[in-house]
Design a protein around this ligand. Structure first.
Ligand code: PAN
Ligand code: ZN
Length: 197
């Protein structure tokens, strides 16, 4: 990439709806990119046959992918469900696993579902004003359980990279599903303990 910003710089998050005024990269993820990720495969196929729905978007301020630099931006998960499972990001480990990440929730209502390579897991609220610190080694997926966009600002080491493969194969240990209008956390039947893979 051509480094146009090699001095201190400011960028603005514009409000309502939140976006980055001056982003370098806009990632758009639709239903078709989540093959095999939602537990109700029939609901997934039926929904995809109707429309390749927009699930989430990421606006990035791109930096050189070297230690010392930071990648920052906005992640916006739209509201909705595939069957009884809320719209969510793919989720990933960082390719350089000993790299942390910070998320600041600006709007909406949801969760960050997290787990480690040895099967430990955690879930934390993404609510306006919450800052979530994700330590090194924890895979992370944001889930929108509300009725408006779930907007988070993120910052992580620019050399971290993304490893989507493990999650694509087994999913997370837990699923967050809607039951009687409320989110509940249940076991993911597709998940296998790491020593049985
Ligand atoms: C975020 C995520 C973003 C989209 O920037 O990349 O929320 O989620 P997926 O990458 O899982 O599709 C981040 O955690 N970066 O490391
Ligand atoms: Zn990450």
């Amino acid at each position: 990439m051509t480094l146009t910003r090699n001095r201190p710089f400011i960028y603005r998050i514009t409000m309502a709806p939140e976006t980055l005024a001056d982003f370098d990269n806009h990632i758009v993820r639709r239903l078709s990119s989540m093959q095999g990720q939602y537990h109700d495969q029939e609901a997934y196929a039926a929904m995809l046959a109707r429309e390749d729905t927009l699930l989430y978007e990421v606006y990035e301020i791109v930096r050189p992918e070297v230690p010392g630099e930071m990648m920052t931006g906005l992640s916006i998960v739209h509201p909705g469900r595939v069957g009884d499972e809320y719209f969510m990001t793919k989720g990933h480990f960082h390719a350089v696993p000993d790299t942390a990440e910070i998320y600041y929730c600006m709007r909406g209502q949801g969760y960050m579902l997290m787990e480690t390579p040895d099967g430990d897991w955690d879930i934390q609220d993404l609510l306006p004003g919450n800052v979530l610190y994700i330590p090194p080694y924890w895979a992370h997926r944001s889930i929108n359980t509300g009725t408006t966009d779930l907007v988070t600002y993120f910052a992580y080491p620019a050399h971290a990279g993304h490893d989507y493969g493990t999650i694509e194969q087994y999913g997370y240990r837990k699923l967050v599903l809607e039951r009687d209008g409320q989110p509940v956390v249940v076991d993911n039947p597709r998940w296998l303990p790491p020593d049985q893979r």
